[in-house]
Design a protein around this ligand. Structure first.
Ligand SMILES: [Zn+2]
Ligand SMILES: [Zn+2]
Length: 388
């Protein structure tokens, strides 16, 4: 039986915890109730070393093995926050908070780490220390970075770090990951263009900002096609285009474009920013307009280190007969990337079955994947820190 009997026995508890968290979603750093629920469960398990308020509302707890002479310390991470989405599942345990929903399955991730905490604190069948990391604000708030900035890796002496995300479209309880880049970086830009507004019938007395910004959109799309090695992956999207003209006979004075650049190659993060600035400044100058670029770096590329990916895959194979060892990378981004910038580790996808995609109002986390996920955490700990 790849899922351990004791973990299978926890399934009703896990389901109850998950449904409670699902009914009470909280956003970004405002996860006080969720963090409180986590702390209450950890105390019930007899875990004494619990620290709150790391990365504003994150929770860190440790479990020591029967021995800890190996000196090894492994971090296991889950995210706790929900999304500003109105739930449309009609489930009996659907969100009770209007406009908020656990539409990314972080309720399930938190529950699986709690399940691992219960199992590992009962069995302690390892030689070393497990650090449980419950982070806030994965959905765009960089809560993982905030925890790192609070000294997560150094204060708890973490040597390796592992995390997982459920994956709709992958059969329930299957696993998939890859060494190297797994998820993209995500940077945002805003471009403010200033020309010279005026009457639509007298364009020669203006600098038509709409035309200038339109040319910028077209030229920005040459960056990926003409500046990026075709075997690399970069995507640039201009998402919004607004001008200050309010009607058809006014030539705009200002325009604002916003967009995002995503890539699996850290070098192209830098090159893309340089290229966007070059295109914007050059285009503005060619029309006699001015422009500024405000660049907001987002999550880095999520890069699995090779050895830890191999450990993560070994643990997955111990749990499931269906493990994809070199899955295609995908272009969403993930806050866990900051932890992987600081320590070796791996991020794993675990199948959520044939459901709506994450961030969809009809998305449903599959409770049946939880024993596999909990087992994966436990396998990593017991394999990487075998009992003396
Ligand atoms: Zn999400
Ligand atoms: Zn997520």
């Amino acid at each position: 039986m790849p899922v351990r009997n004791r973990i299978a026995e926890l399934h009703p508890d896990l389901t109850e915890w998950r449904h409670h968290l699902h009914a009470h979603p909280e956003l970004l750093y405002n996860v006080e109730e969720t963090a409180g629920f986590v702390v209450d469960r950890l105390k019930e398990f007899g875990i004494a070393d619990i620290t709150t308020g790391i990365g504003k509302t994150g929770v860190v707890a440790t479990i020591k093995g029967r021995s800890s002479g190996s000196g090894k310390v492994i971090g296991l991470r889950a995210d706790m926050d929900a999304l500003p989405i109105t739930e449309a599942t009609g489930l009996p345990y659907a969100s009770t908070v209007p406009g908020k929903m656990h539409a990314c399955g972080h309720d399930g991730h938190t529950t699986m780490l709690l399940g691992a905490a219960k199992y590992l604190s009962e069995t302690r069948n390892f030689d070393g220390t497990v650090v449980l990391i419950f982070q806030p604000a994965e959905e765009g708030g960089a809560g993982g970075k905030a925890m790192c900035d609070d000294g997560l890796m150094e204060r708890w002496g973490i040597q390796e770090v592992y995390g997982m995300h459920n994956m709709p479209g992958l059969a329930t309880g299957q696993f998939a990951t890859r060494p190297g880049p797994l998820l993209a970086s995500s940077d945002e830009f805003e471009i403010r263009v200033t020309g010279k507004g005026g009457h639509a019938a007298a364009p020669h007395e203006t600098v038509d900002t709409t035309l200038v910004a339109s040319q910028m959109v077209v030229s920005l799309h040459s960056i990926v096609s003409r500046n990026v090695d075709p075997i690399k992956r970069v995507v640039l999207t201009v998402g919004t285009f607004e001008t200050d003209s309010s009607q058809s006979n006014i030539i705009a004075h200002t325009a604002t474009l916003t967009g995002t650049v995503r890539t699996l190659d850290p070098e192209y993060r830098l090159r893309a920013e340089e290229a966007v600035r070059r295109v914007v400044e050059g285009t503005a100058a060619s029309f006699g307009a001015t422009a500024e670029v405000i660049w907001t770096p987002g999550y880095p590329v999520t890069i699995n280190t090779p050895d830890e990916t191999a450990h993560a895959l070994d643990a997955a194979k111990a749990v499931s007969a269906h493990v994809i060892e070199n899955v295609d990378p995908i272009m969403p981004s993930e806050d866990f990337a900051y932890m992987l910038e600081q320590r070796p580790g791996a991020y794993m996808f675990v199948g959520n079955g044939d459901t709506a995609m994450c961030h969809h109002p009809s998305y449903e986390f599959d409770d049946d994947l939880m024993p596999a996920g909990v087992s994966w955490f436990a396998e990593i700990v017991e394999r990487r820190m075998p009992a003396a």
